[in-house]
Design a binder for this molecule. Structure first.
Ligand code: FAQ
Length: 322
């Protein structure tokens, strides 16, 4: 797109592009955009899509063991929604000129990341509650902000996704509330799940702003509207109150209201654990990827049949026109 432009023309285009961003205009697929904007969006959106799809696995693990038919129906719908979110996001990423095959190949080769939270195992039913409450809760904090992202298809996808995530968050919180108000063993199960999922949920917002590789440019281009630390703080503040209501304890001895800041102070994340879980290589990440590759291979005949159907349809249409 920028191949035939002189340096001066390129500079002019980039200036005009930034003016459009500053004026809160949405960038649409056929608009001119700097190559780095396009690449950065493909990176973030595809990793977001991979997270949604890989994120089906920890919860899918509990569909057959949900404690009631009602909970099973809800969980089935939720896991299906996550797959749908992946599809919206892959489709939105494809508008940037990359194919679905290329996106999936990057996931399978390990060159594209997905949210590290999904490399943790789901050991009890309470983990399904903790994922809904905390993981979807953290995802919403981030995605509400992304509804205003500068790229049109991403922004519109986020509006729909947020509506569904909000139901997901409530169902998780409801599971935790039910367990916390149940027997002593059930309350203990809920507390244990909270203890294991709290810190990985805080990691979902990424490294501190000072260590974030992409934030400065992404904020300038309004791909990201709020920083990693800002969103993490928002999530901590809302979670403290929610934990109080169901009488569970957030596993952080440093958590304390700071009158001056008007926010909760909280302890430091174990960044070594973040790096280990992000780069994969653990038993869960190997399992997640192997499962996704297997599902993709098993679905090859469906893709083939769809292609054959589409080509027959085109043929019939061409004949009708002729
Ligand atoms: N895990 O420079 P930054 C969900 C990577 S959806 C793994 O700060 P950026 C729904 C980052 O990619 C959850 N990697 O990067 C659901 C980059 O690596 P790269 C997903 C992480 O992009 C619920 C490097 O570190 N949500 O959960 C993580 O400016 C329940 C440097 O970081 C989204 O993807 C991490 N936690 O900010 C589904 C939202 N954090 O690419 C099922 C959209 C950072 O250079 C069940 N994404 N990295 O190799 C974003 O908002 C941003 O991409 C951030 C990271 C905030 C995640």
């Amino acid at each position: 797109m920028t191949d035939n432009l002189s340096d001066q023309q390129l500079e002019q285009r980039e200036t005009e592009f930034q003016q459009r961003i500053d004026a809160e205009e949405k960038i649409e697929p056929k608009d001119w955009m700097p190559e780095k904007y396009r690449q950065n969006l493909i990176r973030q959106m595809s990793q977001h899509a991979h997270s949604e799809v890989i994120g089906m696995q920890p919860e899918g693990n509990w569909i057959t063991r949900a404690p009631t038919l009602h909970r099973k129906a809800i969980l089935l719908a939720k896991v299906q929604d996550e797959g749908g979110h992946g599809l919206y996001l892959y489709s939105a990423a494809e508008t940037l000129g990359i194919s679905r095959e290329e996106l999936i190949a990057s996931l399978h080769s390990g060159s594209a990341k997905y949210a590290s939270i999904f490399n943790y195992p789901t050991l009890s039913w309470a983990d399904i509650g903790a994922i809904g409450w905390l993981v979807d809760g953290a995802a919403i904090c981030n995605q509400v902000s992304l509804q205003r992202t500068s790229y049109g298809p991403y922004s519109r996808g986020m509006v729909r996704i947020c509506k569904e995530e909000s139901f997901h968050q409530r169902q998780g919180y409801h599971i935790m509330m039910t367990l916390a108000r149940g027997s002593a063993e059930q309350k203990e199960m809920a507390q244990d799940a909270l203890n294991r999922f709290w810190w990985p949920s805080l990691m979902m917002f990424g490294p501190h702003d000072a260590d974030s590789v992409h934030s400065a440019q992404s904020m300038k281009w309004k791909i990201k509207r709020q920083s990693n630390d800002e969103l993490r703080q928002k999530f901590v503040d809302q979670s403290v109150k929610q934990a109080e209501v169901i009488e569970l304890e957030l596993p952080d001895p440093d958590l304390k209201w700071n009158e001056e800041r008007g926010h909760y102070d909280f302890g430091e994340i174990d960044w070594e654990e973040f790096k280990r879980s992000m780069t994969g290589g653990g038993p869960c990440s190997r399992q997640r990827l192997a499962h996704n590759i297997q599902a993709h291979d098993d679905g090859a005949w469906v893709r083939e049949a769809m292609r054959a159907y589409e080509s027959k349809k085109r043929e019939a249409k061409d004949q009708a026109v002729a």
